[in-house]
Every structure is written in C-alpha cells, then in structure tokens.
Design a binder for this molecule. Structure first.
Ligand SMILES: [Zn+2]
Length: 476
C-alpha cells in the first residue's frame, strides 16, 4: 500500500472520530476565548490518540498544542473552533430556526475546521507510527479567529517558530486555494467631554458624541484618498447615553482598518488618528486612542500550496452522497430565484456537469488546482493565519461545506456545516493535509525550498501587529 492509499484507508477508519469533533464543537458553539468545552473536547481526543498535549499556550486558557513524533521536519496544522453571535440555528433546517436558549452558532464553519485539522493530525500520526518515519506533527488549537487574533497572540509568543511548514483550511463553498488576504488593525477611540443641561446651559457642555460624529465625517472624506484595496469600518461602542437633554460627556468608537500590508494599515491609521485629534480639537474634548490588536496579511507559499493542491487532488474532494445532496437541495430551493439560477450555472461550469445535474447535486466536489495566480489575487477579508504565514511556509485550502451562494457568517452556513456535509468536508481535507505531510516527511528538501521562497518574500522579517501590553480578548 502506498502512502496515498494508506492515508485514504486511515481516513475511512477515523471518519467517526472526525465527525464526532465537528458535531460536538458545533453543539457547544462557544465565542472566542470562551471555547472551554470545545478545546477540552479536542484535547481529550488528541490525548486518547497518543499526542502530548500542552495546555494554556501563550497564556491563553483555550489555546493548546498537541505534539506527536520527534525530529525534523516539524509540520504544523492549525485548528479553529470559535463560533459567532446571533447565528444559533437548528442543523439541516433551511428556514430560520434558532436553537432555544442559544445565541452563538458556527456560521463560519469553525466546528468543521477544527475537526478537519485534528483529523489531519491524527492521520499524520498514524502514518508516522506505521512507517517509523522521522518527523513531528503539531496540532495547534487556535482560539478566537473571528475577532480575537488568537494566532497573532500565539505568534508573538513564538509558538510557531520551530515549524518547517504549516497547513490549514477553511470551510467555504468550493475547493480552492486561499489567495492573499489583507492585514488589519482594531482600534478604539474614547472621547471625553463635559456634560451639562442641553436646554438650560448648552454653552457649558462639550459633546463627546459630536466629536465621534465629526470624526466619522472626517474619515468618510478620507476614504476617497486611500488605496482602493483598503477598507475602513466603524461601530459605536458608546453613544454617551440615551438622554438627548444631557450633553454627552463620553462616547466611543471602534474602527477596523484593513489594507494589503501592515505598513499600509500603519499609514492609514496615522491619518485616522489625526482626524480623531481634529475632531477633539473642534469640540474641545479629549480623545484616547488604543490599538486593541491586529493581524498580518496572508502569504500563500508556492511550494506548500502546490503540495496541498497535489495531495488534495490525489485524495479526491468530499465524498458527498444522496444524504448530503438532499440537505443541499433544501438550501438551494430557499434561495432567491436569481441567485439560484446563477449558482446552478456556475456550479455546472466548475464541476463540468450539466445544470440539471448540479441542481440535483448542488455541492462543489471538483478541486481547483493551485496556480501562481493565487498569489496575485487579493481577498479583502482577513485571517490570523497571516501571522503564521510570515513565520513558516503556509498553505490554506478552502473546502466546500455549503451550497454555493450561501455566504459565510450566516445562519444558513451554520445549519449546513452541522450536518454530514461538514463531516465529509472535514474528512476530505484531513486526508489531503495528511497526505501533503507525508510528502514533506519523505522529501524534507521541499520544506527547505519553501523556506527559501518565504525568506525571499519577507526578508525574514515578521513584525507583530499586537502592541505590547495588549492582552488576548481585550475589547471583545
Ligand atoms: Zn472563519
């Protein structure tokens, strides 16, 4: 039996272990840095599979590392397991149906992400054990991807420094390589003014709320004069109270600043700070500015991505069958007519089948191979995998876990990933990543080549986007 067959048959043996992680973590649906049950579940599985488990990594209660094997190459696999607020939803149900008493839901599919990553680590461990090959596999339990920059905090604590290569994945609507994605900062602006009776003595008041509004207006004018790939978002954290007849003595804003590199974010943030100070000057208020965290842009490593692509194609896409297609058809039917038509036309093209066929089997099973074009594409969303990709050659694939057109961060996605659709996608990527790992153990020079590429790209420089003194979970 060659390695391809070995990994494939091991994946069959371990499929219930992988599905059990997806379903358990999906059921716990815990928010970033509070993934206590999810982390405990995964650590328990790792320990029972013979991994050494290190807890409380980087001082974070829900971060951990499972290690198996010894010596080089050391390969990392990244797992996530945090959920999102307001997306609680019954599994497999194509109409809005929150689970009673539950707020959080896996609307970004991280339950499957965790299951697939842990599955990959287990299959890799089985391979190392059976073949006696030299090498180490490390499963990283990475909390709070959504808003907490878990991996950036772990990177700052040097968790990934000894890796020769790293693989991860993300549930999505097709099977393709994750392109470059942008860096970002999360910044809080707290304005302090002076309260007064808004009717009786308005001249004595200095409004912090006015300052926030003027700042937002100023940033609206700035938007025309930044690079087009930049994104600036804001939300009010504090409007100064609910009484219009009291001049607001305090008000706060939260900003996200996204751009292709951290240096671009620095430049734009510098200008936003000036606008905030200008707003404070205009209103005679004071502003306190605090960067609460951030993450780096993601670099797809050519060698690592090529390996994962080859391994995925050799192992095959998710083994979806009638059970999964029947669930998928319900979600397809619930889409607006125009979206449905587009989804079917596109799906037929991607999978090389007729529109009629795709309408009856509306999940992507075809795998789009990696090409260097991926490195020229830019996704304007972000991931904290970016910080890992600066430290070690990294590859990330996305795998179909939902009907195309569903969209991430939706209850519809939560509903689909909590079924056998999520289980089978996790199983497929587990065998792809594990098979890619076997290629690196058999040919360690691949890791050296990948590291050379990374060095050329970054000059060996990684700068943490997390300011000193900021703690994980601050401002969440
Ligand atoms: Zn996600």
């Amino acid at each position: 039996m060659d390695n391809r067959e070995l990994i494939h048959s091991l994946a069959d043996e371990k499929k219930s272990v992988i599905a059990d992680i997806n379903r358990s973590v999906w059921g716990y649906a815990e928010y970033g840095y509070k993934e206590f049950k999810s982390a405990a579940k995964i650590m328990e599985v790792l320990a029972s599979e013979g991994f050494q488990v290190e807890k409380n990594v980087a001082g974070i209660e829900t971060a951990f590392i499972g290690v198996y094997g010894s010596g080089k190459p050391v390969i990392g696999i990244l797992a996530e397991y945090d959920a999102l607020p307001n997306l609680s939803q019954e599994a497999g149900v194509a109409e809005r149906c929150p689970i009673e008493g539950k707020n959080y839901g896996h609307g970004c599919g991280h339950s499957a992400l965790g299951a697939g990553a842990v599955g990959a680590a287990i299959l890799t461990k089985e391979y190392l054990k059976k073949t006696g090959m030299q090498g180490t596999v490390k499963l990283f339990g990475c909390p709070a991807e959504e808003t907490g920059f878990g991996k950036a905090f772990m990177a700052k604590e040097h968790c990934f420094d000894d890796l020769d290569m790293c693989f991860t994945w993300h549930p999505m609507e097709d099977n393709s390589c994750w392109p470059r994605s942008v860096a970002y900062y999360k910044v809080r602006f707290d304005f302090t003014g002076r309260t007064s009776h808004a009717g009786g003595a308005p001249e004595l008041g200095r409004s912090a709320l006015d300052a926030c509004e003027l700042m937002n207006v100023g940033v609206n004018y700035l938007r025309e004069h930044v690079i087009s790939s930049a994104r600036i978002h804001y939300a009010y954290l504090d409007c100064g109270g609910d009484a219009p007849n009291i001049v607001q003595g305090h008000a706060s804003l939260l900003y996200f600043v996204r751009a292709p590199h951290l240096t671009d974010c620095d430049e734009i943030l510098g200008r936003i700070k000036k606008i905030a100070q200008g707003a404070a000057l205009m209103t005679e208020t004071e502003v306190d500015i605090r960067v609460l965290g951030g993450l780096s842009d993601y670099i797809p490593n050519p060698t690592a991505c090529g390996l994962l692509s080859d391994a995925f194609i050799a192992q095959g896409g998710p083994d979806f069958g009638e059970e999964e297609f029947a669930i998928a058809r319900k979600f397809l039917a619930a889409m607006p007519e125009e979206t449905r038509r587009k989804v079917i036309a596109q799906g037929a093209k991607v999978n090389g089948i007729s529109e009629e066929e795709f309408a009856s089997r509306p999940l992507n099973t075809a795998i789009i191979p990696y090409s260097d074009k991926v490195r020229e594409m830019l996704m304007t969303g972000s991931t904290d995998v970016g910080d890992v990709s600066y430290i070690t050659p990294t590859a990330q694939y996305v795998v179909a876990d939902m009907v195309p057109g569903t969209g991430a961060h939706t209850w519809q996605f939560a509903a689909q990933v909590g079924t056998s659709i999520g289980d089978k996608a996790s199983q497929a990527i587990a065998r792809a990543i594990a098979y890619a790992c076997t290629m690196v153990y058999e040919k360690p020079e691949l890791a050296e080549q990948a590291k050379k590429e990374l060095l050329e790209e970054t000059g060996g420089v990684y700068r943490s986007p997390i300011p000193d003194g900021v703690k994980p979970g601050e401002g969440m």
